[in-house]
Design a protein around this ligand. Sequence first.
Ligand code: UD1
Ligand code: UDP
Length: 358
Amino acid sequence: MQKICITLGTRPEIIKLSPVIREFSRKEIDFFIVHSGQHYSANLDSLFFEELNLPKPKYNLQVGSGTHSYQTSNILSKIEPILIDEKPDVMVVQGDTNTVLSGALAASKLNINVSHVEAGLRSFDRKMPEEINRILTDHISDILFCPTEDSKINVLKEGIDQHKIFVTGNTVVDALYQNKQFSSKSKILEKLKVIEKGFFLSTIHRQENVVNKVRFKKIMNSLNSVSTYFDKKLIFPSHPRTKKLVNELNIDTSNIDIIEPLGYLDFLHLCSKAKLVFTDSGGIQEEACILQVPCITLRDSTERPETIDVGSNILSNISSEEIINNAKSFLSKNKRWTNPFGDGKSSEKIVEIISSQL
Ligand code: UD1
Ligand code: UDP
C-alpha cells in the first residue's frame, strides 16, 4: 500500500491541491498532509480548509513568516524527522513557494519520489524568488505534472528526461469547477454594494511590487487614477503584507475599496462579475482567463504566457496612462477566448499517474 505525503503551506497551494486531496480520498489512497505554516492568518489558511472541506493537516510545522532562508531552512529541518518516521513513498508539492522547494528537497534527499504539480512554469526572471523555487523543484522531481505543452517544452529545454513529464492541465480548473456553486452561494456583490460588470477587481502581493515602496505607491496611485478615469469602483482584497504597506504609506485610495482577503467562493464570484482584473497573482491570471474576464497583469513577465497567447491577459507597466490604454483596448472589444488550462480532470490524471508509477 502506497503512502503519500502532501506538503502545502500557502493559500494557492491549499486551493490548487484541494482537488488532488479529494481524489486521493476518493480512491482510498493512504495520505497525510504536512502544513508548513508559511501562511497562518485564518483568512489565508484555515478558512480554505473549512470552505473546501479538506482534512486537517496531520502536522503543522508552524514556520511562520521570515526571510527566504529562514523559511526554507526551517521547513527543511522540521519536515525531515516526520518523513523519516512516516516513510511515505511519494511527496506531492504544488507550485513555486518556499514551502514547495523545502518539501521537495527534504524528500529528495531521503530518496522519496517527488511529484511536482504545476511543473515547468517559467517567467525567465531569476530575480523572482518563485522562479528559483520552480527551477530547483523541477530538477529534483521524479514526476513533473506540467499544465500545458508550453510548460513541458520549458523543462525539456532544461534537459529534464521526457519520461518524467506528463501534461495534465492545471488543477486550478478542477478547483474552480468543483466549486461552481460560488455564483449561487456568494452574497459578496450585495455586501460590497457593486453590480455585475460595474467594478474593477485588483490584488497585489508579489515581492517585486511590494518591497520597493516607491513602486508600490505608484501602483496604488495608478489604480486609483484608472478607477477615477473609468468611473468604476475598484475592489482590492488585500494580502496582509500589502495592507501593512497601505497603512504605512500615505496613498490616495479614495476610489479603492481595500478589504480583507476573501474566501474562495466570494473571490471567484467577485472575479467572475468584475469588468476587469488588475493583478500580479499567478492563480488569478489563470482564474480570470477561465472565467472570461480580461486581466491586466502589473508585472514585466509572466510564467503564464498561455493567457497572453489566448488574449485574456496583457502585461502592463505601472503608469496610469499605459494601464488605461490597455484597459481601453480590452473594453473596446467583446472578446472571448479558449481556456488553455484543461478540462477540470487534471487531478484525476495526476493521482492515476502517481498510483501507476509506483
Ligand atoms: C507567498 C509566496 C508567493 C505566493 C504567495 C501566495 C514565496 C517566496 N512566496 O508569498 O509565491 O504567491 O505566498 O499568497 O514562497 N503574512 C501574514 N499572515 C500570513 C502570512 C503572511 O500576515 O498568514 C504577512 C507577514 O507579514 C509576512 C508577509 O505577509 O512577512 C509575506 O508572507 P510570505 O509567506 O513570506 O510571502 P507571501 O507574499 O505570502
Ligand atoms: N484568492 C482568494 N481570496 C482573495 C484573493 C485570492 O481566495 O482575497 C484565491 C484566488 O481565487 C486564487 C488564489 O487565491 O485561487 C491566488 O492566491 P495568491 O494570489 O495569493 O497567490 P499566487 O497565485 O500568486 O501564488
